[in-house]
Design a protein around this ligand. Structure first.
Ligand code: ZN
Length: 259
């Protein structure tokens, strides 16, 4: 098991490996493996963390926990329900979520994120996990009123800063039964286990890769448990996934929708 982190250096973004709470350089391409540990850089807290990957796409799955579908009075899908978030929505651990003013309610969605490690096209369930580099935490921030109004979700899910991802990638994690939770200002709002997913991680990779070629660094958000709720200026929202860590982001008012 390794923890891969991406952070800012004076020369630009770089990957590193975390051992205890210390970051080491990671020479070479983490997608080409094997992972090598380089020089000691310093404590994790001393670095400016970035979203751990730059994906070609972020594929999201709607209504993948029965209790969340029920809280929206929506039926369970017979097949995974896919939508996309733009990579420009990504922010890292500690970066502020900016809430555009005048668009109604904006909500948190704690999710397990899958990071694809190598190109996958029409892979089967049994080999699906061989295409995974690792896992991280995600917050599928959603403008709920716009989501209802628009039918298509591109606007509601696609604002800049609406995809916090991190704080790092953990490899060799078994995704079948991990606790996923969300805390708002320290108070628990969402909690479930990935074993409650309607479609598990191998099934999602098999299904999605029959639609689109998955490339190294692509991200799959696997759906959110029940308990979603509004975010407001001054809040701190945390997504925690067992075995990975805590993704923490402050919430701030952003620009007005209409000038
Ligand atoms: Zn979601």
């Amino acid at each position: 098991m390794a923890r891969i982190v991406r952070f800012l250096t004076p020369a630009g973004p770089a990957f590193g490996l975390i051992e205890d709470d210390t970051v080491y350089t990671l020479p070479g391409d983490p997608f080409a493996g094997p992972l090598q540990m380089g020089e000691r850089l310093g404590k994790v807290e001393s670095l400016k963390l970035l979203p751990p990957v730059q994906p070609s796409k972020i594929i999201c799955v709607g209504r993948n926990y029965a209790a969340h579908a029920a809280e929206h009075h929506a039926p369970l899908p017979e097949e995974p329900m896919l939508f996309l978030k733009p990579p420009s929505a990504l922010i890292g651990h500690g970066d502020p979520i900016l809430i555009p003013q005048g668009i109604g309610q904006v909500e948190h969605e704690a999710e397990l994120a899958v990071i694809i490690g190598r190109q996958a096209w029409r892979v089967d369930r049994l080999s699906a996990l061989d295409y995974v580099l690792g896992y991280t935490c995600a917050n599928d921030v959603s403008a709920r009123d716009l989501q209802r109004k628009d039918n298509q979700w591109g606007r509601a899910k696609g604002f800049d800063t609406f995809c916090p991802l991190g704080p790092w990638i953990v490899t060799d994690l078994d995704p079948r039964d991990l606790a996923v939770s969300c805390r708002l200002n320290g108070e628990q709002r969402q909690h479930a286990r990935t074993s409650e997913m309607v479609f598990d991680v191998p099934a999602l990779i098999a299904f999605i890769s029959r639609v689109m070629t998955l490339l190294p660094g692509d991200v799959i958000l696997t759906g959110t448990p029940a308990g979603v709720g509004p975010l407001a200026d001054g809040d701190t929202v945390e997504v925690e996934v067992e075995g990975i860590g805590v993704l923490r982001n402050p919430v701030q008012n952003g620009p007005a929708w209409a000038d």
